[in-house]
Design a protein around this ligand. Sequence first.
Ligand code: NDP
Length: 300
Amino acid sequence: MTPNKAKLIDGKHFSNQLIRSLIPDIKTILKIIGRPPTLAVILVGEDGASQVYVRNKVKQTEAAGMVSVEHRLSDQTDEETLLSLVETLNNDDDIDGILVQLPLPKHINEHSVIQAINPDKDVDGFHVINAGKLATGQKGLVPCTPLGCLLLLRDTLGDLSGLHAVIIGRSNIVGKPLGQLLLAENASVTIVHSKTKNIEKLTSQADILIAAVGRSEMVKSSWIKPGACVIDVGINRITAPEKGDGKYRLVGDVDFAEASTIAHFITPVPGGVGPMTIACLLRSTVVAAAMRKGVEISIK
Ligand code: NDP
């Protein structure tokens, strides 16, 4: 049997460090504006996974010494009511960040709701103003999952300049913004997607391979250049009969067992990119508070 070679990139450990590193800035903001950075989270409906995400976000925000204000609305809530809540939060000077947990119920237009958020409070970085700032190299709020990937890559590899990064997936929330972030680091970026021909040929040239697809264990060892750094964004639930009836386990978009025999570095699922997403949300809330209130902080 081929021995396991890849070193694990421990997202849980790194995210804890990142959250701890925010504390001095949180204290500075508290001292200067008289309250800690404050995040408003809106959850519409009863989606189980969303409830878990929101609970974790609120818990970790408060554990870091910030304030979070939760708004739970029924799945019958109409778009007008939701837009009016967003407007109220936009106008509330004591709210620094607004997060609308996605997905929203089908009768609500997600795009309209995201675009209604004040871009200065858009801690998810999904507003077109923030997407435009990222694309043109201006300071703004950046989507949390791509930022988490970038911070892990910088910590693992140092300078990314000149490296070839291949991203599988071109969504607005992961693939595209991550491409922009890596370009800004002077990496050479290739983005592939469901219409790309001969994906394997492209991915196997990557120094950095990022999978953000949503397909269980799609990336096999033959897709990976020996010695590459593999970041697995995917979170997929698959049934796990070995755990008992009706049980499931989480796997990524990368076949971890195969990939870890050829990659040099790899993120696990769970415990890789996932914890970084929440840590970056906290980081963005601190950045949003500091930008709105003109407070000098250590995060650049
Ligand atoms: P989307 O469904 O929005 O995008 C998926 C992308 O993958 C699309 O660009 C699609 O191509 C591409 N794709 C689909 N099938 C294939 C294929 N067979 N070959 C190549 N490309 C393919 O997903 P997201 O970007 O929102 O999420 C991706 C994954 O990341 C999911 O598993 C999600 O759960 C996870 N995720 C994890 C987060 C975390 O915190 N760790 C946060 C956000 C997402 P096309 O554009 O052509 O359709």
